[in-house]
Write a protein that binds this ligand. Structure first.
Ligand code: FAQ
Length: 349
């Protein structure tokens, strides 16, 4: 949408811009990068999209840890493709953040300095091969539950990035489920390995949705702006309700003695989440926080030469494109004649 000034013959005042923005959000129109938006809306989007992008690239680490030890060529190919997809998701999201006026370098510096967050879930270790399945089923499953509503986010570039990301995440979720199914139908040791992974990943997956609604600092405003469409607790409940029958089909148990169907609510009741653990992970005291961030900083430093080479290549291309070509007056392409000439026998356009 374009938040056009309400009156054409004079400059609109701040309240008129605000009213046009509010009306656009209320009418379910998309806010686009060149539209006027409140500073706080922009800041909230940068915070959330950056955190999301950082989660995608830090989230490559726990699973990449198993690429060299995947048990078959098929599993290795699937895992490499998945980890590569996560890098792609990071790129779409950094690009969406850039439309708000922040550069990717700036955001990465903040991640490395510890002033922007990434999801709590990626601070847990991947101890066995079954963890790759549990991440796919539970972590990607939680991510989809959270992210499908973000396809309707009021900010256009974020919403559009989420459409593609969600399609890819649904494959990720299925590969995890299929991996766990193979293990749960395998030997007794394989079944036990699958159960152990689910036992360790279940509660951290529930924490991915963020603090309970009464402690969620940003939810109310983000929902009013239609950045978020549902509260943290609503999405967490939806995820639990989806997982219970899936766990039964897998033949695995969810590690919660209080988990049961509540006829009256038409939802599952579940046990208390350890919010102290969540708070410790956010403070940097999770099992892998230090490892994740130091590995990210190292990868960034070791990749400096790639960024330099790519920038030098881009500069060369720009120079080539803007250099005088000796084109004839009236020529529209500016390219050397032999490269634009149609091949012999080609139909005239
Ligand atoms: N971890 O007021 P709220 C993935 C922070 S992608 C860390 O409720 P909000 C794909 C929050 O930032 C996973 N911090 O916040 C994949 C805030 O702190 P701040 C990432 C958390 O923003 C799969 C404070 O707590 N997905 O998994 C977390 O309204 C496999 C108060 O919280 C997204 O980022 C947390 N779990 O709601 C990749 C989705 N929860 O910033 C690889 C987009 C909360 O004031 C392998 N994000 N905090 O310092 C969102 O939907 C929201 O940002 C929430 C949090 C729901 C995460």
């Amino acid at each position: 949408m374009t938040t056009a000034p309400p009156a054409a013959d004079r400059s609109p005042g701040p309240s008129e811009w605000q009213s046009a923005f509010d009306a656009a959000v209320a009418a379910e129109e998309r806010i686009e990068p060149r539209d006027w938006m409140p500073d706080a809306y922009r800041a909230t989007l940068v915070r959330q999209i950056a955190q999301h992008a950082h989660s995608e690239i830090i989230g490559m680490q726990p699973e990449a840890n198993w690429i060299t030890r995947a048990p078959s060529l098929r599993r290795k190919a699937i895992l490499i493709a998945k980890v590569q997809d996560e890098a792609g998701h990071g790129l779409y999201l950094y690009s969406a953040a850039e439309t708000l006026g922040v550069s990717r370098d700036e955001l990465l510096d903040k991640l490395h300095a510890g002033t922007q967050r990434y999801s709590s879930i990626f601070n847990y270790p991947t101890l066995t091969w079954a963890d790759v399945g549990a991440i796919g089923w539970l972590v990607d499953g939680a991510a989809i539950t959270n992210q499908v509503p973000l396809c309707r986010c009021s900010y256009g570039p974020y919403a559009r990035a989420m459409v593609r990301i969600c399609k890819e995440e649904s494959f990720h979720q299925r590969q995890g489920y299929e991996l766990l199914l193979a293990l749960s139908r395998g030997t007794e040791a394989q079944r036990a390995m699958a159960q152990d992974a689910v036992d360790r990943w279940w509660w951290p997956s529930l924490m991915m949705f963020g603090p309970p609604d009464d402690r969620s600092a940003h939810s109310a405003q983000s929902m009013a702006w239609k950045i978020k469409r549902h509260s943290n607790d609503e999405l967490r409940q939806r995820f639990v309700d989806i997982c219970v029958p899936q766990a039964a089909s897998l033949g695995l148990t969810l590690p919660d003695p209080d988990l049961r169907w509540n006829e009256e609510r038409g939802r599952h009741d579940f046990g208390a989440i350890d919010w102290e653990e969540f708070s410790q992970v956010l403070k940097g005291n999770g099992p892998c926080n230090e490892q994740r961030i130091s590995q990210r900083r190292r990868a960034h430093e070791e990749g400096a030469w790639v960024r330099e080479a790519a920038s030098a290549h881009a500069a060369k291309r720009r120079a080539r494109e803007t250099a005088p070509t000796g084109r004839l007056p009236g020529s529209t392409t500016g390219r050397p004649a032999d490269r634009t000439a149609a091949p012999k026998g080609a139909p005239a356009s």
